[in-house]
Write a protein that binds this ligand. Sequence first.
Ligand SMILES: *Cc1c(COP(=O)(O)O)cnc(C)c1O
Length: 371
Amino acid sequence: MVDLKSQYQNIKEEVDKAIEDVINSTAFINGPAVKEFQENLEKYLGAKHVIPCANGTDALQIAMMALDLQPGDEVITTTFTFIATAEVIALLRLAPVLVDVEPDTFNISIEAIEKAITPKTKAIVPVHLFGQCANMEAIMALAKKHNLFVIEDNCQGIGADYLFSDGRKVKSGTIGEIGCTSFFPSKNLGCYGDGGAIFTNDDDLAYKMRGIVNHGMFVRYHHEMVGVNSRLDSIQAAILNVKLKKLDEYILARQKAANYYNTAFANHPKIKTPITSSYSTHVFHQYTLVLSGVDRPKLQEFMTGKDIPVMIYYPIPLHQQKAYISERYKDGDFPVAEHLSAHVISLPMHTELEDEQLAYISNSLLEFINR
Ligand SMILES: *Cc1c(COP(=O)(O)O)cnc(C)c1O
């Protein structure tokens, strides 16, 4: 699905040097590379504060800890996402309230959020799924009306631009009170291990989150708040400093590959290609089709037989996951997400796809579907 090896070959010298520098300095924890990355990412995003941490799941957890939510408080999020989004809500003994998505963008449905709001609702966690922003303007308006926090799960959307109706353009993850991202190797900005970051424009929240990531400690062995240990390694930060410079170029490469696929599958009666909304660019963390009248397991088998990896993101919506089954929901409650889970397929998507590979992948898919 991703070709991290070819990507590495193209930046090997710079990455190897960056890693070597950290090892020579022995500043493995909170070394200068981490601070440098923090500043580089703040600049790239136009965010006042970036707080590096150990992974995207921690980023979400720390964000929720910083908002002082109380056990039982309801947090609304999408049922069609990676488990981490709801996991941290449950872990903190908050109540995950799952809602359906929009059929075109696969992102959280505004109508569904509105219906799910109760006096116990404290926050909304939109996910910028597959690399395209949720409808943040509508979400922020709802949040304002009902006095709710917004935490953006930007683990798949880093680098996307959000366009407000007044023409203002900002980076994804900088719109809500807090944005969270992951540097898992296959993410759009990936390191060579685990990594994550939290963004905010709020000074108080930034202060608190900087404390939480480090055991609630600002002065050594003085603990102001209950925290966790969640740091970005210096080596990972050094790698990210190299790769952040390439992020825009990488996004363009993904968009180019997506355009190739879009053209290859245009107007096919059985294939719906991804929609790019009017308010967000699409950075194509995943390239995901919705199929109709296609035997998906057989297609997967066929593609695998041709050495083409394909994946189903996500095969089971969260409300149907064993750990999250709740009296709140029953099968059929979220028809859009349930339909998508049964009909989507994601094709290889990364920064190094050559036209020849794209042709082979799309021709193979069409060969199966047209026969
Ligand atoms: C990857 C991902 C996460 C978790 O990130 P990790 O770094 O793996 O912990 C959370 N939410 C979404 C939507 C993701 O894609």
